[in-house]
Design a protein around this ligand. Sequence first.
Ligand code: SF4
Ligand code: MG
Length: 336
Amino acid sequence: SQRILEVADLKKHFPIRGGLFGTTVGNVYAVDGVSFHIDKGETLSLVGESGCGKSTVGKAVLRLFPLTAGRVVLNGTRIDDMPSGTLRPLRRQMQVVFQDPFSSLNPRMRVKDILAEPIRNFGLAKGGADMDRRVAELMDKVRLPRDAVHRWPHEFSGGQRQRIGIARALAADPDLIVCDEAVSALDVSVKAQIVNLLQDLQSELGLAMLFISHDLAIVEHMTHRVAVMYLGKIVEVADRRTLFGQPRHPYTEALLSAVPVPVPGAARERVVLQGDVPSPIKPPPGCRFHTRCPYAFDRCRVEEPPLADTGGGHLAACHLNDRPAAANPLLNKAPP
Ligand code: SF4
Ligand code: MG
């Protein structure tokens, strides 16, 4: 399969300025060494609580700000250190769907102009008739009536607006779509429709998708692989079934325990984490999760666990996975 996106050891630190002269007095280690890839036709979900750095990863991939360190390779071309002028035409290949369909569409533009803008910017249409055809096809793709192109954003519901946002992203004919909490602001019933639409489009068009979400209940039904973030790092990566069925990181286990199981009587054992997420200004030494981990032991406080393959491409950053299976508490839960 074709590799669309490769991210290696990505870091984004935001300097904190203070004192009389505005000198740098510290850093927010928002993203602190993150690596992953997405292939053509694949969805990778990036999950974690708010503030874990997942949106910053999305913005870094889209090159919305300069990176502190690391490599971002899009369709075989390294873009992390590319000057913005050189990058501009490549932006067509990566598009974004934002969280809020109410603020992300220009209220002074009709839908047809909203959709025409990226087509024009990237020089994709061969004349007016081709432009009209492309706009009409985008409406078909997101299952909106073609004649709605003459209407204004305020004439649509939240779910319809998000369809327009998706159509706008598709207008550039991208290879990668970044969805940053793209369904989080929508009503429950609409959420499912938009998730289904994204899934359909993703497979129809063979898109690579980075689906950023705090909502594991949604991710459980739509992704190929999942990467779990905690305090600026990825702590676990696995295919969907493996991650939801047999997590190998205590943080993932805790997140999953809060996700409702649709089978009566088959609830996951609830794991309630102690304390708050530590500040990304001063992350804990050793394993960053040790201050809240129910299984933490001495080694965790001093030695950082690497994100290592526990078998079959299932990556986890936890010292428990060094133990024989019989002595690993993550693998010895009573079945639900
Ligand atoms: Fe918990 Fe230790 Fe594993 Fe970190 S390395 S998740 S503290 S058991
Ligand atoms: Mg966010």
